[in-house]
Design a binder for this molecule. Structure first.
Ligand SMILES: Nc1ncnc2c1ncn2[C@@H]1O[C@H](COP(=O)(O)OP(=O)(O)O)[C@@H](O)[C@H]1O
Ligand SMILES: [Mg+2]
Length: 261
């Protein structure tokens, strides 16, 4: 049976899309077939983040021109598929603003994967949220600043009323700072569990500049281990963190000073 996991945030810029992409790649490492969908219809950028530039057919064409969704599925890695949205201001005007039913679309691409990761827009977008499949598992992505957590709380309240299961929140771009809210404080404000703690790490920007995921570019970085751990936890599978290759560095150093052949 397909699993639908949706990522939402109160604010933009908290790292929701990059986390969705990296988590998808991480889940594919566990042997899952992943489909990521860009539901951030107005500020869509999953195409940029996944390195899929100028895709020919997008979700916009499905919503506005009744293009079959099957023509919009792009494989960006082994077991990693993306349904991008792209930026078409003209077509946006024609999308039914009342409510979009994703059930039909999700049924049509069910055969493309086991797990469907949906990148929702930031803030409250009733027309997009109200049509989500009822068995969607929702994850709130937040930072530890007060405005970010305050807006996450609004999202949490909205989704509780929609009767969609809130799995918890991922605290992204985390670093220890006395002026920021701690994981415990955020848990008590949002009243849902923290399911992942992803540190702030410039490796995320470096991997993006390389057009890849950070879990591929630097698997032993703390940020990659945190994302792999989150993927494992969501899949109910075990994961042992990858240690940096100190032995390899030691060997090279010894070679350099002439201790090894
Ligand atoms: N854990 C992190 N550490 C450092 N930079 C991050 C992290 N997560 C995301 N970023 C960076 O933050 C920027 C905004 O991320 P993005 O995924 O576009 O946010 P959103 O989808 O919430 O608007 C990107 O340039 C991304 O590389
Ligand atoms: Mg985004």
């Amino acid at each position: 049976m397909s699993r639908f996991i949706a990522f939402v945030s109160g604010k933009g810029g908290v790292g929701r899309t990059s986390l969705t992409f990296n988590l998808g790649v991480a889940m594919s490492f566990f042997g899952e077939e992943i489909v990521m969908l860009d539901f951030d219809l107005v500020m869509a950028n999953m195409d940029v983040i996944t390195g899929l530039l100028n895709p020919e057919a997008t979700l916009n064409d499905v919503l506005v021109r009744d293009k079959p969704i099957q023509e919009c599925v792009y494989e960006v890695g082994q077991g990693v598929n993306v349904v991008p949205t792209g930026i078409h201001f003209e077509t946006l005007k024609h999308i039914n603003p009342n409510y979009i039913s994703w059930n039909k679309i999700m049924n049509e691409i069910a055969e493309y994967g086991d797990i469907f990761l949906m990148d929702l827009p930031a803030g409250i977008n009733s027309n997009i949220f109200e049509g989500l499949p009822q068995d969607t598992e929702l994850i709130i992505v937040t930072n530890s600043t007060m405005p970010s957590v305050a807006d996450s709380l609004k999202i949490r309240i909205f989704f509780k009323e929609l009767n969609i299961k809130i799995v918890g929140f991922v605290l992204n771009m985390w670093y220890d700072d006395k002026f920021l809210l701690s994981p415990n404080e955020i848990e008590s404000i949002l009243e849902v569990p923290m399911v992942g703690l992803v540190p702030y790490d410039r490796e995320m920007e470096r991997s993006m500049a390389l057009g890849k995921s950070v879990v591929e570019v630097n698997p032993s970085a703390p940020i990659s281990n945190a994302i792999m751990q989150l993927a494992a936890d969501l899949l109910g599978k075990p994961y042992n963190p990858i240690e940096p290759d100190k032995k390899g560095i030691l060997k090279r150093l010894k070679k350099f000073v002439g201790l090894l052949e």
